[in-house]
Design a protein around this ligand. Structure first.
Ligand SMILES: C[S@@+](CC[C@H](N)C(=O)[O-])C[C@H]1O[C@@H](n2cnc3c(N)ncnc32)[C@H](O)[C@@H]1O
Length: 329
């Protein structure tokens, strides 16, 4: 199925699960709305950037190393590599990565592989699982999930730029298992109960109603399925949650930042079982930083210049927690 010159047929050809039918039936209309009816000023430019990528056959693909690696440096000459780099640069800013395209290192703002390394050994093994990654950016983690053996993965993210970055990656794969939909969580029908694993990483604090977000994630899971929830947290007891007065680390759409105990309570109150806190890590300026591929301001500019324990607004500097929880049978 093609929408706005984009081919969505692999998803429709490969996903036959009964539980997915309510969503599959609505998808053509949702995609039409997101990609055709909603205007975006840069859309044509990004489409041209992807269309202008050189035609190359990768000699190998690696979804298991820190950088998603497509092809090898020796597959192309310097001239083609420069052409490839110029086209990929037009899809900047690249926020989640790293990627390596035929020897071109796309050093993104985030070392997203560090987050994956903190998570991958604490979750139900992904082999054979059907996975939803809510707010997965350009699908970096979805590729890594497939690298860990997931049967298929849907990355759901409304950003059209990230969608075009995903298109650039798929240009060099014969991918039939990692799908990206340029849609938001609100497009997933309620009570779908279709996925074995649902990831929501870096999304909860952007939601005005975090409990409703957690409930919606629960409805995406089959009974017995696992939620992997990663979000900003503060220090404190089960009574503590930060609601910034305005911006937090310069982000203007941050709502609730709970303590890990409060987050545990949110998961328990929404009916999850087997709730585990698997990681708490401060975000460093080595993990999130400006690069050639993301030349805007980054974390170093969002922290207090004198005391890095605080954001520029005087809140505790970013700390992120990962929790896993099971949707009861
Ligand atoms: C902080 S990033 C996290 C990216 C990735 N999950 C990670 O952890 O590195 C948040 C992402 O959520 C996406 N997003 C925003 N609103 C969303 C919505 N309603 N549904 C799904 N994703 C959304 C944004 O486009 C952005 O890519």
């Amino acid at each position: 199925m093609h929408i706005a010159e984009l081919d969505f047929s692999p998803l429709f050809e490969n996903i036959h699960d009964e539980a997915m039918q309510p969503w599959l039936q609505r998808l053509p209309q949702q995609l039409q709305h997101a990609l055709v009816e909603k205007h975006h000023g840069d859309w044509q430019r990004w489409q041209q950037a992807v269309a202008g990528l050189p035609d190359i056959q990768p000699s190998s693909i690696d979804l298991t190393s820190a950088a998603i690696r497509l092809g090898e440096a020796g597959d192309i000459n310097e001239h083609t590599r420069e052409q490839l780099k110029q086209q990929l640069m037009q899809l900047s800013p690249w926020r989640k990565g790293p990627y390596e395209f035929f020897g071109v290192d796309v050093d993104c703002e985030w070392r997203s592989d560090w987050k994956w390394d903190r998570i991958k050994n604490h979750i139900e093994p992904l082999t054979g699982r059907k996975v939803l990654d809510v707010g997965g950016g350009n699908a970096y983690h979805s590729w890594r999930m497939r690298g860990c053996g997931a049967d298929w993965v849907i990355n759901l993210d409304p950003s059209r730029l990230f969608f075009m970055q995903y298109q650039a990656v798929t240009r060099y794969t014969d991918n039939k298992q990692v799908y990206m939909l340029p849609l938001g969580i609100d497009d997933v029908p309620r009570k779908l109960h279709a996925f074995d694993s649902v990831f929501s990483m870096g999304v909860l604090y952007h939601r005005r109603s975090p409990i409703d977000h957690i409930l919606h994630l629960k409805e995406c899971l089959r009974p017995g399925g696992q939620l992997i929830l990663e979000t900003l947290v503060i220090e404190g007891d089960a009574q503590q949650v930060l609601l910034p007065e305005n911006r937090y680390a310069q982000m203007n759409n941050v709502w609730f930042i709970p303590s890990t105990q409060m987050l545990d309570r949110w998961l328990a109150r929404t009916g999850f079982k087997n709730i585990q806190l698997v990681d708490v890590s401060a975000t460093t300026v080595q993990e999130q930083r400006a690069t050639e591929w993301m030349q805007f301001q980054s974390l170093a500019d969002f922290l207090d210049p004198v005391d890095k324990r605080y954001t520029i607004e005087g809140y505790p500097a970013p700390v992120r927690a990962v929790m896993t929880a099971t949707n009861p049978e």
